[in-house]
Each structure stands twice: as C-alpha cells, then as structure tokens.
Design a protein around this ligand. Sequence first.
Ligand code: SAM
Length: 290
Amino acid sequence: MTPLSELAQQQHYPHGALYVVATPIGNSADITLRALHVLGLVDRIAAEDTRNTGQLLARYGISKPLVAVHQHNERAAGLRIVEHLQAGERVAYVSDAGTPGISDPGAKLVDAVREAGLPVVPLPGASALATALSVAGDWVATFSFLGFLPTKAKQRATQLQQFAAHPHAMVFYEAPHRIVETVGALAGAFGGARRVLIARELTKLHETLHGCTLAEGPAWLAEDPNRQRGEFVLVVQGAAPQAAGEHDHDKLLGILLDELPVSSAAKVAAAITGASRNALYSRALELKKD
Ligand code: SAM
C-alpha cells in the first residue's frame, strides 16, 4: 500500500496556482498531510496574521516568505499575489485558524485569482462549523450557517426575527464576551423551548459540549465563569414544521400588508389570531418579498 505521505505528494501541484489551505482550529495536530506537503512546497504563504502563521509553521518545521492578506487589504494584496502567480510562483493562503473564507478572509483573494484566469486549489481541513455539526446529533438533519450575528442588539434582534420561522438548524459563531447575551437573544427571538448545542473550545484542552434548551442556556453559562471563556459555536434547532392551517393567516396578512408596514401588520394579525407575532412577522416578510 502507498504510504499516505507519498499519496499527498503524488498529486500534481501546478505552478501559478493559489492553494487555499485549512489549518487547525486549536489542536495543531489537526493538520492534513496534504496541507503540510503543500505548505512545504509553495514559494510564498499569504496569511491573515503573519505572526500567528509564522508560529504555527514553526511547529511543523516550515519556513517560507510570508505576506499579510487580511480583511483590510485583501483586494490590493490579492492583486500583488496575482503578480506572483503570473510570475510562475505557487502561493498558499491560510487564515488564522480553520478554513479560509468561512467567517474569515479569503473570498476576495479567490475572486482576484480566478478573475486573472489562474487556478485556485482547495485543501480541506478543520473548520469549527463542521466540527460542531459532527457531534450535534440526529436533531440536525439540515442546517444554515449564519456566522457571527450583528453586535448591536437592535440589528441582532431584527436579523433573528427574520429567521424565527426558518425550518433548518442554524449555526452561529460567537465571541466569549457576547455569548450569554447572544443565547438570551436567541431564546427571546425563537422561544426558550428550542434545542441548542453550545460547543466551546473545540479540539482544545477545555473543550466543552453542552446540549440544553435556549431558555436554559444563559443560566448554564452563568453558573461557572469558565464556561464563558474561549471560542464558541452555537447550533440551534430550526422552527417546528408549520401546522396545517397556519398559512390561513396569509390572507389576513395580505390584506393588512396592503395598508400597514410589516411590523404593524404582524402585530395586528397576532392580536386577531392569537398566533406568534414573531412567526407572523417572518411570514409577512416572506409575503412582502413575493
Ligand atoms: N475560518 C474558521 C473556521 O473554519 O471555523 C472560523 C474563523 S472565525 C474568525 C472564528 C470563530 O470561529 C470564533 O469566534 C468561534 O466562534 C469559531 N471557532 C473557531 N475555533 C473554534 C474552536 N476551537 N471552538 C469553538 N469555536 C471556534
């Protein structure tokens, strides 16, 4: 049987290509053999943070010229990377952790390279999104990835209202200083009964996976300040399938929407029918779009 390290080398890695390489999300052993091979092969490594990446590469014994490509310079730095590629170099792009382009820079660089007619090669690996989903359990059949919610309470509430009737599980990223507030906001918008998986510090020493209802989440987090430290993924249950007859509200909403803004139409419809104002608001938004 061919040794795995040889398999990583067998593929052809053309010159003039951008290699988008996933790196670990915590445990530096979670790097693929292909990633190590390609990072060792390329002429240059573009990185979101050259200091972080320099330290990571040192762990693998790799030393390469590093160039900073982050959210503030991605387009301009991307054009310089294109010049390196046009000169025949192989260049890798890595973000700070996990898979580039997933709540991380990378997409604009990929666009610039493709627009120049040059190849982009993905090297898959760790992502906090897939890692959390892999242990969510059977209640997550389909999902939508929503990344970070807006940090301002009003904008966050507006966005969450729009997803109150979303039938698929939703995956969010969140920072430690906002985690309690965000779980509370999710409970407020979606109701406290929905399931949530709180996935903290995945692949790291203090990895914690806790499943509970949205209503229970803030209290569980508050019980021990350590539970609020580190990095978080939240997987939240989608809305229950609509009961037959719920769409009967469409006619009423339709009439109200002819006269009123969405929020007022939802408020009046909720008062008349006794149905959830959040659900009616989301439905009214959909009807308005149609
Ligand atoms: N590109 C990365 C990926 O593929 O997952 C995500 C980068 S994003 C800037 C960073 C966020 O991802 C963190 O704030 C956290 O929400 C989530 N995250 C990253 N590493 C994590 C980990 N080890 N455990 C839990 N969440 C993590």
